[in-house]
Design a protein around this ligand. Structure first.
Ligand code: GDP
Ligand code: ZN
Length: 357
């Protein structure tokens, strides 16, 4: 399905789709999650898609439903204007966070992403602790991070901030730009290859939309509204999250992100703080927590100034957040297990009763 490569299709997805009869089934890519359905990009344009009853019935977790960036297996109806979604192909990468409500659920922000542009603005928003949090999430998802520092026009110590980012995070080439003045955008454009998928992450107000508009060369806002026919036949307007660059890249915006809670990001944390792993090989105890132990190589590196104090403290904070999440997940799993056994016991009792009669 070469014609889909401009939407990001590659051998990985081709391989998953092999078992489907391509006369009956087609593939499309989720470009937006609407209130009651999905926008799906296909080889012949963007159409509305609905998840099949069976798919819905067999789905246990929210995260198993289609998300922006997912490749889905569809059948076409209404002159190819409506898609029924039967399955989501396995994700190559994903950006996940802890669901913003109190539940211990995974929320997938974007699927099948190649590069994450982590955007901060060089005003009050600039915050390296937050950057380390975003890096943990991005690494965990198997995605390559690029740090973008926006609003250089508002900042008179840009070089200083770039240096800080390099020193604290080890990120080699943070990109500084002014999206408003279209200054420094070439560095970004050169990273976007045809068929590659880029997600924009960052707090609201850092300039993600402005940046996307600048890269597109037109104001996306005007084209950003897709008409959607909901089940009652009324039109509702929704926001489109995926846009295609004329030069061939696929951009995903993430509207309205307030917080980015870590979701099972042990590996991502280890990758973000990779020198901690290196040091810990020399810790005296193999289960060293790097907090109080005698002979802890991490603490010794901290003392000598090889690890910045703020970085060490942020590491502990993020690690604690993950531990807490893990303990909550264990409790949820236990409750679920109990609930299942209760049902089994009840059914067994009824079965025995019936057999006695
Ligand atoms: P988003 O929430 O991350 O999508 O942020 P927006 O793109 O909506 O931008 C938020 C505000 O920041 C808007 O008022 C933009 O005009 C402004 N803005 C974006 N980029 C720049 C920039 O490079 N310099 C300045 N001074 N303002 C910017
Ligand atoms: Zn240690």
């Amino acid at each position: 399905m070469k014609y889909l490569s401009s939407l990001g299709w590659n051998d990985f997805f081709d391989n998953s789709f092999k078992n489907f009869d391509s006369n009956t089934y087609k593939c499309g890519r989720i470009s937006a999650e609407n209130k009651t359905n999905y926008s799906v990009l296909t080889g012949s344009g963007e159409i509305i898609g609905e998840v099949s009853g069976r798919y819905l019935f067999e789905t246990e977790r929210q995260s198993d439903l289609p998300k922006v960036g997912d490749w889905v297996v569809i059948t076409l109806f209404n002159n190819n204007e409506l898609a029924v979604i039967h399955q989501t192909l396995p994700r190559r990468t994903k950006i996940s966070r802890k669901s913003a409500d109190r539940k211990t659920d995974e929320q997938i922000i974007a699927a099948n992403v190649d590069i994450a542009f982590i955007v901060q603005s060089l005003d009050d928003n600039f915050n390296i602790n937050r950057l380390e949090r975003y890096l943990s999430v991005v690494y965990q998802g198997g995605v390559k991070p690029v740090v973008i520092l926006n609003k250089t026009d508002l900042c008179n110590d840009v070089e200083e901030k770039v240096k800080l980012v390099k020193e604290r995070t080890g990120i080699e080439n943070p990109v500084s730009v002014s999206a408003l003045n279209r200054d420094g955008l070439d560095a970004i454009t050169s990273m976007i290859e045809p068929g590659s998928t880029i997600v924009f992450l960052g707090s609201s107000g850092v300039g993600k939309s402005t940046l996307i508009n600048a890269l597109l060369g037109y104001d996306r806002f005007a084209t950003n509204e897709v008409r959607e026919q909901d089940s009652r036949g009324k039109h509702t307007t929704t926001r489109r999250e995926m846009v295609l660059l004329p030069s061939g890249g696929i951009l995903i915006d993430t509207p309205g992100m307030r917080e980015l809670g870590l979701w099972n990001a042990d590996n991502g944390l280890a990758q973000t703080f990779s020198e901690f792993d290196d040091y810990s090989e020399s810790c005296k105890y193999s289960d060293c927590t790097h907090t109080h132990e005698i002979g802890c190589a991490v603490l010794s590196a901290l003392e000598k100034g090889f690890i910045p104090k703020e970085r060490y403290e942020n590491y502990l904070k993020l690690r604690k957040e993950l531990k807490y999440l893990e303990s909550k997940q264990n409790i949820s799993a236990q409750i679920e297990e109990k609930r299942k056994w209760k049902i089994i016991h009840k059914e067994l009792k009824n079965f025995n009763k019936k057999n006695k009669q």
